[in-house]
Write a protein that binds this ligand. Structure first.
Ligand code: PLP
Length: 485
């Protein structure tokens, strides 16, 4: 058994869990596979990367022959509770749909699959006008596609920064040779529309070619107001393109591509679409397609024009990941059956229930302004003296619950509860119960059940009966008679 598991088991066995948990956090000895967690990776780059600071050499010591990897010798009972803001839970029906016999994408059935997916993806983006693209890549690839297909080396772009993902997109833009006007905001705030408008008004020569906004900053749980960013562009009378990273928002937060005048909307499969990682999507306006004709940045794998040629035949410029496309078909069917507005309303409800739990725990959100509250995740400040990374690890070790840790600037200071994708109230209550136990283990003074109770009350009052469930009678004068059928 690994050291953290041993310590957690010890804490669980003790009548004084808090004391043991305090010891767990105080322990200086890292778990044996800790080196793996500290690799300079995509998820934890130094913030100075954009300023070309030297990258720390990779520590491969964990690969030595005596490294055995994480201890997987014991498969704990029950479900793993996955509540990070991507990857997320995948429904059993989608998982089954992907487990089919391997087939040839040049067989006659395939174009029908492609055409149907491209048609229905537009409903996800709320776009009639846009052209959707499906890439066999993660969201980072769709970022690259948006920039390389619309812009040229040296082009000026405005990019607000308020978390790790907006930072990484800026880093990508700079490494592609774009001239980025970075607008730094507090981590916990969103895009400042007035600031964007002022910068565009000052750009009388229209040198700025695009404004790039991360809609839902997954580091901080902040959803910027894209409609207001569009209004800022319009008020400035500026023709810049509006490129929006909706990777952790589309399918969870309200998103209206056409109405908001978004030129490129981007998302990924492992977030609200509740699929495995490996597909990314862009939906592209006519204006962005026009800009693509003049764009000089190199693109090969992510070329929209290559994609246009093959999509017209119902195929792709490369071998598609057919199981992921089957999964996408199934998941789009499920979301369309629920209704896209219903999907968003469900996310809004889960987010509100979670915020009520946080309030009842006496904790604070990193996103202080309610106008930016996120449907996708809730980012909670940990009380002084508690390292959120340790706390999240101990919840994983003791309760088989996976929450998001704080990233980069807010590492150790916050934890993230992801509530996007395929989820219902009872699942979320399980995660909130695990979180509450973990908080109490860490020494936070909470009356057991306070947060779960607040969320529970809210869900109980607001939940409706599943449409397809049979009518059945509640006895006597039960108030349920009126609401359950
Ligand atoms: N943008 C946002 C808002 C994200 O949350 C993420 C990943 O979590 C990314 C971009 C990068 O996407 P990927 O890891 O799929 O490349």
């Amino acid at each position: 058994m690994s050291a953290p598991l041993r310590r957690a088991a010890h804490a669980a066995a003790s009548s004084s869990a808090r004391l043991h948990a305090a010891r767990l956090f105080a322990s200086a000895a890292p778990p044996p596979h800790d080196a793996f967690l500290r690799l300079p990776s995509h998820s934890s780059p130094p913030l100075s990367r954009a300023t070309a600071a030297p990258v720390a050499p990779v520590n491969y010591s964990f690969c030595k022959p005596d490294y055995n990897g994480p201890d997987m010798s014991y498969d704990p009972p029950g479900r793993h509770h996955l509540f990070v803001p991507g990857p997320v839970n995948i429904s059993e029906s989608v998982q089954r749909e992907m487990m089919r016999q391997s087939v040839n994408h040049r067989d006659p059935f395939f174009p029908q699959l492609t055409f149907g997916l491209l048609r229905d993806l537009k409903r996800l983006f709320k776009s009639e006008e846009g052209t959707p693209y499906i890439f066999p890549s993660t969201g980072t690839g769709a970022w690259e596609s948006a920039l390389t297909n619309t812009l040229s080396r040296g082009d000026k772009v405005i990019m607000p920064r308020y978390g790790l993902f907006s930072h990484l997109w800026i880093d990508q833009a700079q490494r592609l040779g774009l001239d980025v006007d970075i607008m730094d905001e507090r981590w916990g705030d969103g895009a400042d529309e007035a600031r964007i408008q002022a910068a565009l008004e000052a750009d009388t020569q229209h040198e700025v070619k695009a404004v790039c906004v991360v809609h839902n900053e997954t580091t901080t749980g902040v959803t910027s107001d894209v409609a207001k960013v569009r209004a800022a562009l319009d008020a400035a009378g500026h023709p810049a393109l509006l490129l929006v990273d909706g990777i952790s928002s589309i399918g969870a937060c309200e998103f209206k591509m056409d109405e908001w005048g978004v030129d490129v909307a981007i998302t990924g499969s492992q977030k609200a679409l509740s699929l495995p990682t490996g597909l990314s999507f862009c939906c592209v306006s006519e204006k962005a397609k026009e800009a693509a004709k003049a764009s000089q940045l190199s693109k090969v794998f992510f070329s929209w024009s290559d994609m246009d040629k093959m999509n017209a035949e119902g195929n792709f410029p490369y071998t598609p990941s057919i199981p992921l496309l089957y999964g996408l078909r199934k998941q789009l069917d499920r979301m369309l059956a629920e209704g896209m507005d219903g999907v968003i309303a469900r996310h809004a409800k889960h987010a509100e229930g979670t915020r009520r739990a946080v309030k009842a725990w006496g904790l604070e959100l990193l996103c202080e302004n309610p106008r930016w509250h996120s449907n996708s995740l809730t980012v909670v400040k940990t009380p002084e003296g508690i390292d959120s990374t340790d706390m999240v690890r101990s919840m994983w070790a003791k309760y088989n619950l996976s929450l998001g840790t704080g990233l980069d600037q807010v590492k150790g200071k916050v934890f993230r509860i992801g509530h996007l994708g395929d989820m219902n109230e009872v699942m979320l209550l399980g995660a909130l119960a695990g979180t509450e136990m973990g908080l109490i283990d860490a020494g936070v003074q909470i009356e057991a059940g306070a947060g779960v109770g607040a969320a529970l009350e809210f869900f109980q009052e607001t939940s409706a009966v599943i449409p397809s469930r049979h009518i059945f009678e509640y006895p006597g004068d039960s108030p349920m008679r009126a609401t359950v059928y």
